[in-house]
Structure formats: structure tokens, C-alpha cells
Design a protein around this ligand. Sequence first.
Ligand code: HEC
Length: 109
Amino acid sequence: MGRLWKWIILVPIAVFAVWAAVHSYELEVGKESFARLGCASCHLSGGGPNLARILPQYDEKTVVDFIRDPEAVYKKLGRKPLNPGFGVMHQVKATDFQIDAMAKYLKTW
Ligand code: HEC
């Protein structure tokens, strides 16, 4: 009995610690990619919409889809651009891991 309780408590703590480490690593990669891939040069200078203001209306998958292939989202939604007053966004070269990480990072804004 005593032994079993120990594991019932320790295993979830270990799982959570690993999850938290992976999650914070991913947010770090997202933040770094956003700066390094040039996203910030448009989105923090008025050359692109203020993502903090518009992203709450989209779920993470839509954000990932848009970064991966803006043209496909324009086709799917039948709207181009999505944000009146802005130009269109072109595809940026990034890996799937970077794109997922950036979407997670952007959802924290
Ligand atoms: C050359 C300028 C430019 C660069 C570089 C750029 N963007 Fe954009 N981005 C835009 C513009 C302009 C829009 C608005 C497009 C629209 O409304 O259709 C946009 C829209 C977006 C949106 C979606 C907004 C919505 O309403 O759904 C996301 C998310 C986004 N950008 C993320 C990124 C990320 C991440 C990067 C870097 C990998 C990046 N952008 C690089 C100009 C840029």
C-alpha cells in the first residue's frame, strides 16, 4: 500500500515536469523563430496586422495553416486580404516545428 501511493503521487508530477519543460522549450523556439524569420519586421512595425489584437478570434490550427500557406487559407475563406487595409501575406520559409512553435507563442500574446 505505502509503495503504491508513492508512485500514484510521483508519476503525475514527473509527467507534468516533462510536459512543462517541453512546453517552455517550444515557446522559446516560437519566440526566437518569430524574430529570426523576419515576422517581427512586418508585424511589429505596422507592415502587418497587430497579431495580439486579431489572433484571439482564431484557434491554433487556423494560425498554423495560415503561416504554413496563406494562399490556401485565402482560397478556403474566399477573402483576400483577411484584414482590410493590409496587403496580403506571402509564404515564409519555416519548418513545421517552427510554425507550430510560433503559433503557440503567438497565442500567448
Ligand atoms: C512582408 C511582411 C510580413 C512578414 C515577413 C510576415 N507577415 Fe504575417 N502578415 C502580413 C500581412 C500584411 C498580413 C495580413 C494579411 C491579410 O490580412 O490577409 C499578415 C497576416 C498574418 C497572420 C494572420 C492574420 C489573420 O488575420 O489571420 C499571421 C498569424 C501572421 N501574419 C503571422 C506571421 C508569422 C508567424 C510570420 C513569420 C514566419 C509572418 N507573419 C511574416 C505581413 C507579413
